[in-house]
Design a protein around this ligand. Sequence first.
Ligand SMILES: [Zn+2]
Length: 254
Amino acid sequence: MEQFVHYLKSGLILFLLSFSTLTLAGSDHAGAHWGYGDETGPAHWGDMKPGYSTCKTGKHQSPINISGAHATSLPAITFRYQATLLNVVNNGHAIQVNYAPGSYITVAGKRYKLLQIHFHSPSEHEIDGKAADMVAHLVHKAADGQLAVVAVLFNKGSRNPLIEKIWKHMPTHKGEYSKTAIKINASDLLPTDRAYYHYSGSLTTPPCSEGVNWLVLKNRVEVSSSQIDALTHIFPKSTRPVQPLNGRRIEVSR
Ligand SMILES: [Zn+2]
């Protein structure tokens, strides 16, 4: 009898253990593993976790198709980027370059610190219905918490020297990173003419938070097709489809 009770008890414990393991695995699957595939892709983000609901219910989402922008005398973006030691991480969704403190932009008197740069191919924003071959998103944050993202669009063309430096240290697996003694400067990604499109949108990945100040540079830079291939080999899909404009105004530097 004693044996039997013991057997029952351990059976119950085993049952409880396996139940909690399943639950953990279940919630982990629903929470952490958003992606771009069929099961976990952009159409499902809003249902994967309560914190991601803005991906579904938000009315000011990004990216968008940039079309019919109003020509305005937009304030110039002042870029104050310093060189940083190259620190690249594969976060499972993108190749990201983390930027050391001290670099920032100023727009209309407001300062936004440069935090990180990551890449998508093709670009997420479309211009008149057409995506660019690649884009760099330079993510900045102001003291009040507001984000400003500068998007630099790339056309297929000649090899890009800064991309060359970054890709040489590109970690191929999720969670891997490269910390190097090589210096890079984000200024080397920018086109000479910094005219831009402006509108208010969101993060293009969960949790899709809104209130993001988008600054999409109008002029493009070049990247070679083999450099694009090196990125899409690791991330075949990394692009959220364009979202409804819902009456938002898009402006462009005059
Ligand atoms: Zn991005």
